[in-house]
Design a protein around this ligand. Structure first.
Ligand code: CTP
Length: 414
């Protein structure tokens, strides 16, 4: 059995420190050895005894404790991952400036492993140019700094600044541990991912929909955030928790999805269309519920009209020139060709840079945790991925995107 990964969980002094207790539980229950390093401020919110009891490890805050063991050097050197959650404005500032005035900041200076920070603070503090400059500095150095979630803050405020849910931070942490040397290779990029399935109303209670769960799209968004990207997820009718560090825009219909994707894509480097978009919608949805008639033989006839093809539109009329466009193809073979023949024809027809081909039917792909795909690229490349967890498939897609993008032009897109 491989040894348990060693994680340093840094906790700084914000009210969200209480949520770090759940994160600690999540980490230990999934086989990680965790040393908690709270700041002095964090101990005002949650005491050392709680951290020690939950982690089963000693808890130190100052570099002056256990000096014989040189913890400020050893903890960072030995760690496979450092997670700071919550990261306050003060912690971000101290880390960005290379301060070493407590055990956590000293550990950040000695760590050579991936570092993940989950900021949490009031919206004004997050948006302040000083905090944004510190975040930019840390990201340039390869630290993955997640975007805070939006929602209810302490007291009556709400806005951007919430700590993402512990399970979502755990997912990001596990992605970094799964790919140790890779680091934040999507840092500085804005990626847009669509996920889920659109629903086209027939009347106020019924719709035409499809079976997409959104899981592959969510995995793409979560892994991109864990690789340092700024991520906008356009989610159509999904029932999944928001991934950590991802801005989620919820939509219902194909036309709403088209608008949201184009708006988000205006400054995006990559757009990934993982959503199952309805090709047709009822021409005239009823404004009141459609009733059965007394005559058994009488059935309503629904006239359909075409929806916009979002993916094709991104290629023919790019919101930002030079951005990379990734399509998905859910295919079954038929008498006119097998899955890959249909997929190659689709890649040519849609003109995107990369096509992720899913064989569907018989319970495959929809709603399952694992997936097998074939990646077809514009240069004729073909790669089979899986069967693998949807997160591993997602990482293979981002690897292919980075390969196709080539070295990054300064100030340009990917
Ligand atoms: N797509 C889109 N807009 C649509 C339909 C599909 O952007 N109106 C995108 C999907 O998000 C996916 C890709 O196109 O990335 C392929 O979707 P698919 O349903 O497999 O292809 P279609 O173009 O609808 O072709 P067909 O159903 O005829 O196979």
């Amino acid at each position: 059995m491989p040894p348990s990964p060693r994680v340093v969980l840094g906790v700084s002094g914000g009210i969200a420190a209480y949520k770090a207790c759940s994160l600690l539980r999540c980490l230990t229950e999934t086989g990680h050895r965790v040393r908690v390093v709270p700041t002095r401020g964090a101990l005002e919110f949650v005491g050392a005894a709680t951290w020690a009891a939950l982690s089963g490890e000693p808890v130190t805050t100052e570099v002056w404790d256990d000096v014989h063991a040189v913890p400020h050097v050893r903890l960072g050197q030995d760690a496979d991952l450092v997670v700071v959650a919550p990261a306050t404005a003060d912690l971000l500032a101290r880390a960005a400036h290379g301060r070493a005035d407590d055990l956590l900041t000293a550990t950040l200076l000695t760590a050579r492993c991936p570092v993940l920070m989950a900021p949490a603070m009031h919206t004004e503090m997050w948006e302040h140019p000083a905090t944004q400059a510190n975040v930019a500095t840390l990201r340039e150095r390869g630290v993955v700094v997640l975007e805070p979630a939006a929602g209810r803050l302490t007291g009556a405020d709400s806005g951007a600044g919430r700590l993402p849910e512990p399970e979502a931070i755990l997912t990001a942490a596990r992605r970094l541990l799964a790919r140790p040397g890779a680091g934040a290779d999507l840092a500085g990029r804005h990626v847009v991912v669509s996920a889920g399935g659109t629903r086209e109303p027939l009347d106020p209670v019924r719709y035409l929909g499809n079976r997409s769960s959104g899981r592959q799209g969510y995995a793409l968004a979560a892994t991109a955030a864990a690789r340092g990207a700024r991520v906008t997820l356009v989610a159509a009718n999904t029932d999944l928790p928001d991934p950590a560090g991802v801005h989620v825009v919820r939509v219902g219909t194909a036309r709403q999805l088209a608008d949201a994707v184009r708006r988000a894509a205006a400054d995006a480097d990559v757009v990934v269309m993982a959503a199952a978009v309805a090709d047709f919608r009822p021409a005239r949805p009823a404004t009141t519920k459609i009733k059965k008639s007394a005559d058994d033989a009488e059935v309503p006839v629904v006239e359909l009209v075409r929806n916009p093809d979002v993916l094709a539109g991104l290629v023919t009329d790019p919101p930002r020139p030079g951005q990379l466009v990734v399509g998905f193809a859910a295919e079954t073979g038929d008498e006119t060709g097998d899955v890959l023949e249909h997929a190659r024809a689709k890649l040519a027809r849609k003109g995107c840079d990369l096509l992720v081909v899913n064989e569907v039917g018989d319970g495959r792909a929809f709603g399952t945790a694992d997936n097998t795909v074939v990646l077809l690229d514009r240069d004729g490349g073909q790669q089979t991925v899986g069967p693998a967890a949807k997160e591993d498939v997602a990482d293979a897609v981002w690897d292919a995107v980075l390969r196709l993008a080539g070295p990054r032009a300064v100030g340009g897109t990917l």
